[in-house]
Design a binder for this molecule. Structure first.
Ligand code: HEC
Length: 119
């Protein structure tokens, strides 16, 4: 009985202990982000390579919204998680309306962006 209780607790903890998976993130990014973004070219949205660790609105040849262009946010795990949860709630006036609902999906996509930024 004791063991099965412990096992239940451990199984219940697994989602909280999700380790970010950049390979799964690459697939999710391919499916959900490439309609508007690519790694090395600006499209509807700015290019993504190097975005991790960069200031928001910093791709020189992309025309950002005033909100993102004037933002002092630096992209890291925390800020990207908030952005992907709801861009317009995080930076007022943001032009990206797309959201990622699942915390594990966000973490994996962020791990991919971090890897592709060489970090
Ligand atoms: C429907 C089009 C669209 C989709 C889909 C989309 N984006 Fe965006 N994204 C944009 C636009 C447009 C901007 C510029 C926002 C602005 O200037 O307000 C942007 C900006 C960003 C930025 C800020 C970049 C910078 O240089 O500051 C990040 C990070 C980002 N997107 C990540 C993602 C990720 C990750 C996905 C997939 C989960 C995604 N986006 C899906 C359109 C999109």
């Amino acid at each position: 009985m004791r063991f099965s209780t412990l096992a239940t607790v451990l199984v219940a903890m697994v989602p909280l202990a999700h380790a970010a998976d950049a390979d799964r993130g690459a697939e999710l990014w391919e499916q959900r982000c490439t309609g508007c973004h690519s790694l090395d070219a600006n499209r509807v949205g700015p290019k993504h390579r190097g975005v991790f660790g960069r200031k928001a609105g910093a791709v020189a040849d992309f025309r950002y919204s005033t909100g993102v262009g004037n933002s002092s946010v630096v992209w890291n795990e925390t800020t990207l998680d908030r952005w992907l949860t709801n861009p317009q709630a995080f930076i007022a006036g943001a032009r990206m309306g797309f959201r990622v609902g699942e915390v594990a999906d966000r973490a994996d996509i962020i791990a991919f962006l971090k890897r592709e930024s060489g970090m």
